[in-house]
Design a protein around this ligand. Structure first.
Ligand code: SF4
Length: 414
């Protein structure tokens, strides 16, 4: 194996950071190695990581196997106890080349590198490319909240932001490399800037970025906490066509009592108000959302409020998460919903999400919009819908949306 092989589980942040992890390992001269970036968000993600570790050992008997990221930060002993594993690095240690320089054949007992989830800034390295023309740019790391279902703050530490000047420099580099759309990401993106000297908000950052990089055609935001959207971001949404008409909201539930038990900071009414305000400012906007099915104590009435939220907020892109108990979080001590009911509710929510997407796409037929062609025959509208387009078009093209097929719009260049 010439360069380290990297296996990544979990969120976009993990995908983004796998670039940095790979670069740090290469800088340290590590070659014959497999690095497994684990995720702690669900028990299933951890099971898959353990399976991947065993498979990696079978397929690469002589390689160093290094396990890192969230699950390895939260339960390093679990991974150190696996005979296949040579080294365990926590979330802070994984970004430093010297952590890999130390990796040797497995000593006994295995030391655990790093000191837990302290505050650490995201690396201002290159953005992970989603495609050749669209890239993620991580601007914030960690989270100061303690939602009762979520293990992330324990693994990622407190919120920590990249200063705007570094983000602008990074964005310029991406644009020079041919990127047309940048997606700003973070663990708690709307908390951006609170830890910096002059506390720039996410909206302030986005405005500054668009002004400083006029060649950047499109800016998109990843998941937003509805209780944290700042005034500068609202103004930008109203005024700036380069900010894409697409908001993904971290809603999680539609029932106020469940939201309280989750320790979320918004109410059902506030979620609906945010969606309405966004639609009033940008009538072509598409709203995305995360919802959890079967949170402890959720009864049928409470669940129906989540189900109704799909329509009440006009959600087009719904991500459904069946509740998964994470040891160490307060929610595991709350009365659980039976697993078969959790599955059934997740299926009902997914069906509602699929129907809502169909409705949203159908409402776009006959309209026109700019499509960023990401690869031959496939692109994305500003409002995030996937668009099938002719093989021989590229760049950003104005298209008429002529129909819907398989959850995608059919685009005809104008
Ligand atoms: S805001 Fe809540 S759900 Fe999001 S990372 Fe922080 S604790 Fe987890």
């Amino acid at each position: 194996m010439a360069a380290p092989e990297i296996i990544t589980f979990g969120c976009r942040l993990n995908a983004f950071e796998s670039e940095i992890v790979g670069r740090a390992a290469r800088e340290a001269g590590l070659a014959d190695a497999v690095i497994v970036n684990t995720c702690a968000v669900t028990a299933e993600a951890e099971r898959q990581a353990r399976q991947a570790i065993r498979r990696a050992r079978r397929e690469h008997p002589g390689a160093r196997i290094i396990v890192t990221v969230c699950a390895a930060t939260l339960a390093p002993e679990t991974y150190a106890a696996m005979p296949e594993v040579d080294w365990v690095l926590d979330n802070a240690a994984k970004l430093r080349a010297e952590s890999y320089a130390a990796v040797a054949p497995r000593p006994d007992p295995l030391p655990l590198a790093g000191a837990g989830a302290g505050r650490h800034r995201p690396e201002a390295g290159e953005g992970k490319e989603a495609t050749r023309v669209r890239a993620y740019l991580q601007v914030q790391q960690g989270c100061d909240h303690r939602c009762t279902f979520c293990i992330i703050p324990y693994a990622r530490g407190p919120s920590c932001s990249v200063p705007p000047a570094e983000i602008v420099a990074q964005a310029r580099g991406l644009v020079e490399a041919g990127v047309r759309e940048i997606v700003l990401t973070g663990v708690d993106l709307t908390a951006y800037g609170a830890d910096l000297a002059d506390a720039p908000s996410l909206g302030t950052l986005a405005r500054r970025l668009l002004a400083a990089v006029p060649e950047l055609a499109r800016l998109r935001l990843s998941s937003l906490d509805p209780s944290e959207i700042d005034d500068a971001l609202w103004s930008l949404l109203a005024e700036e066509p380069r900010l894409m008409p697409h908001l993904h909201l971290s809603l999680q539930a539609g029932d106020d009592l469940i939201l309280k038990r989750m320790k979320r900071r918004h109410s059902r009414a506030q979620a609906i108000a945010v969606a309405r305000r966004a639609r009033a400012l940008r009538p072509d906007i598409a709203i995305g959302a995360d919802l959890i099915a079967g949170f402890p104590t959720e009864d049928e009435t409470g669940f129906r409020r989540s189900l109704d939220l799909v329509e009440d907020c006009g959600i087009a892109f719904l991500h459904v998460f069946p509740y998964s108990p994470r040891p160490g979080t307060p929610a595991v001590r709350m009365p659980a919903v039976a697993p078969e009911i959790v599955r059934e509710r997740a299926a009902r929510l997914r069906a509602a999400g699929a129907a809502a997407l169909d409705r949203d796409l159908a409402s776009r037929i006959g309209t026109t919009g700019d499509v960023l062609v990401e690869k031959p025959g496939a692109g994305r509208a500003g409002f995030y819908a996937a668009v099938d387009c002719p093989q021989d078009v590229g760049g950003i093209r104005t298209m008429r949306f002529a129909g819907v097929a398989g959850g995608r719009l059919v685009g005809v260049p104008r």
